[in-house]
Design a protein around this ligand. Structure first.
Ligand code: MN
Length: 510
């Protein structure tokens, strides 16, 4: 009897010990990103309800609650009147880097120069210069004068601004957040969503960021992926976490210009399937001076495009699109976007199935989303009056590397996925340029193809004829076999083009 009782006690003790241990392990075991995604999707309903309650109390509106008719006739250009959302008392103070006009002067000791070189190598930017500039500095205002005279409707939706980052430098990252909060009307900013995509630098993981964002009382939310997912999947995760009805993606090294958000979100009130892209001005990574976006037409207005090996290109705004604009600075159509900075309604982005989950890290996603938007019944507009400064990575940056689980040439694989799903018979032009890509295994495409099927999206040929109609003029479908033939084709093309564009189209395609 006695031995049995001791035995039972031991078993109970052991069970308790294992139970506790198991419980602790269960609670502490890191979540996989998939579990994280599922959990966030499940909690979205509650979040949305909460967001709705908060919104109701502080005057924030959701896109789905705004009557599109309330935006009829807007935006209205009133030449003699200042726009209703123009910032008042815009006075740039004195101070290093203020207004983004004067280059920052640093002492040029050898030690200082080395520090700057090391920073560029590590972050792609001169962090020494950035650290010397206020986190709340005033940006430049590179908008056309006309932009300051638009009246916008009173009812506009509040947005979630999403920053995805991996090991960004401190002051450029944090200034991006400050900039959005400082230069966005509070009722139009639902939240700032930070997605830390597997950073391992102390200034991001060591608690400093959590401490810094406390000053905004929950307006800025920080989420961390348990492994580096890459920009593309991290952006989809951001969409799932965000509670706003409009999502705005910005790179985590940006500074917005005055009244950037109103012209960007207003088109969505007319139709939730309109996706918008701001003008992207360049902030010099060494001096932090703003310069206007280059290229494009005489106003520097460009559209996004690609060549037939799927490289990003910019082409000028043309007469046919200009004819559709009401004013010189009205939004205009673009076949593609560069990808880093854009706004889309949450509803439409989810209808489109977010980004293809099979795309790794970066590359091709800007085209995937562009094709989806146009072919699946949406529109993409570039918005001249919404301008955002972006710091371009400098020469000498060592880059972010590739996580070890991503095998092979992921960019080519991404391109093949995009071409296979969206290009239809035009895919032959891609494979003619990149014969090796024929042997690249794109992986499972069922889910992405199902999106195209479910939404009854249009054909690529429709897209090329209606939206990307002048791309072959800039990037001929069939590569000229030699330079002489190339110039000959161009002469023929331009001749034909000046007569009838549709004939010209056929000439180039032949
Ligand atoms: Mn960038």
């Amino acid at each position: 009897m006695r031995t049995v009782r001791i035995h039972v006690k031991s078993v109970i003790k052991l069970a308790v010990i294992f139970g506790c241990f198991g419980g602790i392990m269960f609670a502490m075991w890191p979540k996989t990103t998939e579990e994280f995604i599922r959990e966030t999707e499940n909690s979205y309903k509650n979040l949305k309800q909460r967001a709705f309650e908060i919104a109701a109390s502080d005057g924030k509106l959701r896109l789905e609650d705004i009557d599109p008719n309330s935006a009829n006739g807007f935006p209205k250009l009133t030449k003699d009147e200042i726009g209703n959302y123009e910032p008042k008392d815009w006075k740039v103070p004195a101070g290093p880097g203020e207004g983004g006009v004067e280059p920052l002067k640093l002492d040029d000791s050898t030690e200082m120069q080395k520090k700057q070189k090391d920073a560029i190598n590590e972050y792609g930017f001169n962090m020494v210069a950035s650290d010397a500039i206020s986190l709340d500095r005033y940006p430049a205002d590179l908008r056309h004068e006309e932009c300051k005279h638009y009246q916008y409707p009173e009812s506009l939706p509040a947005s979630s601004v999403i920053f995805v980052f991996h090991n960004e430098g401190w002051s450029t990252l944090v200034r991006s957040i400050h900039s959005v909060i400082n230069y966005t009307p509070p009722e139009l900013l639902e939240e700032v969503v930070l997605i830390d995509d597997g950073s391992n630098k102390e200034h991001i993981t060591g608690g400093r960021l959590e401490e810094h964002i406390k000053q905004w009382n929950g307006l800025v939310k920080l989420y961390r992926n348990d492994r580096r997912e890459g920009l593309i999947r991290a952006r989809s995760i951001g969409a799932r976490k965000a509670v706003g009805s409009v999502l705005i993606y910005l790179d985590a090294h940006c500074e917005v210009e005055p009244n950037w958000i109103v012209p960007l979100v207003e088109p969505m009130v007319h139709d939730y399937r309109i996706c918008t892209v701001p003008m992207v001005d360049a902030i010099d990574g060494a001096t932090y001076v703003f310069t206007p976006q280059a290229g494009g037409d005489e106003n520097n207005f460009a559209r996004g495009a690609w060549d037939w090996d799927l490289l990003w290109k910019r082409i000028p705004l043309n007469d046919r699109e200009r004819a559709r604009q009401e004013h010189m600075t009205s939004p205009y159509r673009s076949p593609a976007m560069a990808g880093g900075l854009f706004a889309i309604s949450r509803k439409f982005f989810f209808e489109l199935g977010l980004y293809d989950e099979g795309l790794d890290i970066w590359g091709g996603e800007n085209f995937e989303i562009s094709y989806k938007i146009w072919m699946c019944h949406g529109q993409m507009l570039f918005v001249p009056c919404s301008r955002v400064g972006h710091i371009y990575r400098m020469k000498g940056w060592r880059g972010n590397g590739t996580p070890s689980y991503v095998k092979g040439n992921f960019v080519d694989r991404n391109y093949v996925r995009v071409v296979e799903v969206w290009w239809d018979e035009y895919s032959k032009y891609f494979y003619e340029r990149k014969p090796n890509a024929k042997h690249v295994d794109p992986g499972d495409l069922t889910e992405v193809k199902a999106v195209r099927e479910r939404l009854q999206c249009k054909s690529f040929d429709w897209f090329m004829k209606e939206i990307g109609y002048d791309l072959p003029k800039h990037f001929p479908l069939v590569e000229p076999s030699n330079a002489a033939l190339y110039s000959f084709t161009r002469v023929i093309f331009y001749k034909a083009c000046s007569l009838t564009p549709s004939v010209a189209f056929k000439v180039t395609r032949a």
